[in-house]
Design a protein around this ligand. Structure first.
Ligand code: GAR
Length: 202
């Protein structure tokens, strides 16, 4: 199994979906969280995952707290990072250390509606279809190369809440599925099997 860390700032429903997925080829050994009041912390405790909680305001800048995070990740031999509602722009320290091994889930069909409250943005815009994207993390806000996307319809009688529920259900299936496929591909590459495969989830 691959040693992994989940980064989250919120309630942790995606963290939970990853933890509850059976036979994922990962061991989540660390939760990195930037808010001491985040619901995800209790979930980490429940699953026996060590939390690394930090207060960004206690540091002079992003590089300082990211250096601390990378030190901890290295000490725990973490190879892959899964962002699940981590509401910060990733900086150069994390990016250089985990380039190509850091992915994020976002509740829209990127490049539409990046950033905060993507579901609210789509709802307000009145689109008929939105969705979920899993992508590699780069220096931008939800801009990295797309790995997989799944559409979610917006119904005429939807409230923001009913739409949020529909999107979350898709997220909780898509993220573990993509993680599995991505790591299986890595495994094949590592074993020297050359293959033209890409992650396709519909
Ligand atoms: C999820 O919908 C995730 O896609 C989103 O935050 C939510 C976290 O929920 N992420 C972003 O908007 C990233 N830009 P959770 O804490 O219940 O997993």
């Amino acid at each position: 199994n691959v040693r992994a860390a989940v980064f989250a700032s919120g309630s942790g429903s995606n963290f939970q979906a990853i933890m509850e997925e059976t036979n994922l080829p990962i061991d989540v050994v660390l939760l990195v969280c930037d808010r001491s009041d985040a619901g995800v912390i209790a979930k980490a405790e429940k699953f026996g995952v060590e939390p690394l909680i930090f207060n960004p305001k206690a540091y002079a800048g992003k590089e300082d707290y990211e250096r601390l995070i990378v030190e901890k990740l290295r000490g725990s031999q973490v190879e892959w990072l899964f962002l699940a509602g981590y509401m910060r722009i990733v900086g150069s320290v994390l990016l250089t250390n985990y380039a190509g091994r850091m992915i994020n889930i976002h509740p829209s069909l990127l490049p539409d509606f990046p950033g905060k409250d993507a579901i609210g943005q789509a709802y307000t815009a009145g689109v008929e279809t939105t969705g979920v994207t899993v992508h590699y993390v780069d220096a931008g806000i939800d801009t990295g190369p797309v790995i997989a996307q799944q559409e979610v319809p917006v119904h005429p009688d939807d409230t923001k809440e009913t739409l949020t529920k529909r999107i979350q259900q898709v997220e909780h299936n898509l993220y573990p599925t993509v993680i599995r496929q991505l790591l299986e591909q890595e495994d094949e590459r590592g074993a020297g099997i050359s293959r033209n495969s890409s992650v396709i989830v519909d």
